[in-house]
Design a protein around this ligand. Structure first.
Ligand SMILES: [Zn+2]
Length: 671
């Protein structure tokens, strides 16, 4: 083992891996992994569900999965979408043991975080190596100085294993590996250190190997966002079919066939009465049949057309098959979860191994589209009082969405525009400038200008955005940047960006406003559920294209758990575009920049007076004796209305008129 040293501090993974490849150039063993595990694997009593010798017959559904990962099998990608209590972690550990013993090559195991990686290494790997004489002799002794055996990297005869955290890009791109084991992928960050998807980063490490193996396993999380579901759907989607002890029909075990009784008098659920009802013969299958049924089970591909060359297999299995989880206890969990959506989600994910469709936060584009109203773009329906734009900057275009806002922050989409061109040049910005100054028509006949606009600096053209905003500060055109940290206000305190040659802040220079994007998205998505007649609702014009709805509903709020705490993140499925949603966030930020979130009832009324004075009573607005009679209170109102109008750039077609109550007396006078 003397030639297997890796320094504890700076692991030169590349060199190590190359050395091990040279050493490991042996023909692959033909022995399937399940046979190896039955012969050699020992389970430690501290960490395994059952200690002693590993027996594949205990969890027969793992046989094919382990064998698919054996080097003698041609399959390259093996995906397992699974419930809890199925012995999967031990199967993964078997794979590493087999590689060390029989098929040495560089191998990497990835856990969701570096801490979890260390824990896995200490609890599972170190104990396996320690408990198994055939492995102990092959792996460097951790007690020796500079042994090449640390928690995160272990050299062995002919290879090296790395135990990485998906939250560290440095971990993931360090070494080329032939075997890659990705555990609990749905708990991985969506973007690691701004370098992209950790799965992609890790899989890139395997490209130099012609006979690579990639295993992707996880309990799924949220539908459409779940990575393991995505990988599962790409492949042949195998289900474990077991025979009915009564009629012999082969089928998968599925939750709706689990039945249980209720107490006839109290109506209470009786989980201990749980049984499986055969969908073919209606026979009652008691839990005691499970072991025998599992032993006779076979994996059946439901989408063989996705795997014609047998390179990509995927497996789904629920805890209904678990030798350690009874059907009765699953029913108990299900009954307990009825009152609490969080528990129900956990049940669906961890017991059934299925994705949770975040119903409560689900915004369906078609549902939104159905609410579209009969008003044209660039017109503001009654109720909309100020207009604010959000602008997203892409490498070949600018996208702008304009919203009108009214009482209770009720909002109307009044325009959506895409400007193609090069943001590095001048023309595109001139076009945007003109657009932002164009007046919008109000249903009342007034003309309304855009009061504020927020432009994203997050792309590759930050300086251009600063330059554009610097000259248009007086028009409330502001430069903004989305905050990645959670629970920030929709718009925060700005920072000065213009610095003099002496390094001092230039007063009156351009400022950058931070935007709490997750907070804003929460506000926006929450409002999609509000009925159109209510304050706070969001209204859509019938003129908006399908794409608008697809983009504004592109993200989902998903809940993840970290040390027992629920963390919610907005997540966009990788294939979807979301510029419209970003623009919507920026428009809201622009409105908050004007203080909309602090507007009082009276502020809104003043705006109403200017933009949409009460005109239903035509006669009331007729001047008496050729002059407008204004009471002193209204005179005040007129004055403030003018100030607000100036501030928000609202121009009326007609001269400003005060709001007046209907006076029956006037009828007589005017006739
Ligand atoms: Zn049957």
């Amino acid at each position: 083992m003397n030639d297997l040293k890796i320094p504890n501090t700076d692991v030169d993974g590349q060199k190590l891996a190359l050395e091990s490849i040279m050493r490991g150039l042996k023909p692959d063993p033909v022995e399937p992994m399940s046979e190896w595990a039955d012969e050699y694997r020992v389970l430690n009593q501290t960490y395994a569900a059952e200690s002693g010798r590993w027996r594949t017959s205990r969890t027969p559904y793992l046989r094919e999965i382990m064998d698919a990962f054996s080097p003698s099998n041609r399959c390259e990608f093996v995906t397992i979408m699974k419930g809890a209590q199925l012995g999967f972690t031990e199967a993964l550990t078997n794979m590493i043991g087999y590689i060390v013993h029989r098929a040495p090559a560089p191998v990497m195991m990835v856990q969701p975080t570096q801490n979890l990686a260390k824990r896995y290494s200490k609890q599972r790997l170190a104990t396996m190596i320690n408990d198994m004489p055939v492995l102990k002799g092959l792996v460097a002794d951790p007690r020796a100085r500079d042994s090449g055996n640390t928690t995160t990297a272990k050299a062995f005869d002919g290879g090296v294993m790395f135990i990485a955290g998906a939250n560290s890009a440095a971990d993931l791109r360090s070494v080329p590996v032939r075997y890659l084991l990705l555990d609990e992928v749905d708990a991985y960050p969506y973007d690691v250190d701004n370098e992209g998807d950790p799965i992609e980063l890790a899989v890139n490490r395997t490209k130099t190997f012609a006979r690579r193996k990639v295993l992707i396993g996880s309990t799924p999380t949220v539908k459409d966002v779940s990575r393991v579901e995505r990988e599962y759907l790409k492949a042949d989607q195998r289900k474990y079919h077991v025979p009915c002890p009564h009629c012999g029909e082969m089928d998968e075990l599925s939750w709706p066939n689990i039945k249980w009784d209720k107490d006839k008098t109290t109506g209470q659920h009786l989980p201990e009465s749980a049984f499986y009802s055969c969908p073919h013969c209606a026979g009652v299958i008691d839990e005691s049949f499970k072991t025998d049924m599992l032993a006779k089970g076979v994996w059946v591909a439901t989408k063989p057309e996705n795997n014609t060359r047998d390179k990509r297999r995927s497996y789904h299995i629920s805890s209904l098959y678990s030798p350690w989880e009874s059907w009765a206890s699953m029913v108990q969990k299900f009954v307990d979860a009825q009152a609490d959506p969080h528990l129900l989600k956990t049940f669906i994910n961890t017991a059934l191994g299925e994705c949770w469709d975040e119903e409560a936060n689900r915004v369906d584009m078609h549902d939104l589209q159905k609410t579209a109203e009969d008003y044209s773009l660039r017109t503001i329906p009654r109720g909309g009082l100020i207009a604010c734009a959000g602008v997203d900057v892409q490498d070949n275009r600018l996208e702008a969405v304009v919203f009108a806002y009214g009482k209770g922050e009720t909002s109307w989409v009044v325009d959506y525009e895409v400007f193609f061109g090069d943001p590095a040049g001048k023309e595109l910005w001139a076009e945007l400038d003109e657009y932002l100054q164009k007046e919008l028509s109000h249903e009342s006949g007034s003309k309304v200008k855009i009061s504020a606009a927020a432009i994203d600096t997050g792309g590759h053209h930050t300086q251009k955005v600063y330059d554009f905003c610097r000259l248009r500060k007086h028009r409330h055109v502001i430069a903004i940047k989305g905050q990645s940290s959670r629970n920030r206000p929709v718009i925060g305190r700005p920072t000065n960006q213009d610095i003099s040659m002496r390094g001092k802040t230039i007063k009156g220079g351009v400022q950058l406003w931070p935007v709490g994007t997750d907070t804003a998205k929460g506000v926006i998505y929450g409002r999609f559920g509000i009925e159109s007649s209510q304050l706070g609702s969001v209204h859509f014009s019938k003129d908006l294209p399908d794409e608008f709805y697809a983009q504004i509903t592109s993200e989902k709020l998903i809940t993840r758990y970290h040390k027992g705490h629920a963390i919610q993140d907005w997540v966009k499925p990788s294939h979807r575009r979301n510029e419209v949603l970003d623009c919507t966030v920026y428009s809201l930020a622009a409105a908050y920049h004007l203080g909309m979130n602090k507007f009082s009832e009276r502020d809104w009324e003043r705006l109403e007076d200017i933009v949409q004075p009460i005109t239903e009573d035509l006669f009331a607005n007729e001047p008496e004796n050729g002059e407008i009679i204004v009471k002193s209170k209204d005179q005040n109102r007129k004055k403030t209305a003018k100030t607000v109008a100036k501030k928000h750039k609202i121009k009326r077609k007609e001269p400003l008129q005060p709001r007046r109550k209907r006076k029956t007396k006037n009828f007589a006078t005017n006739f």
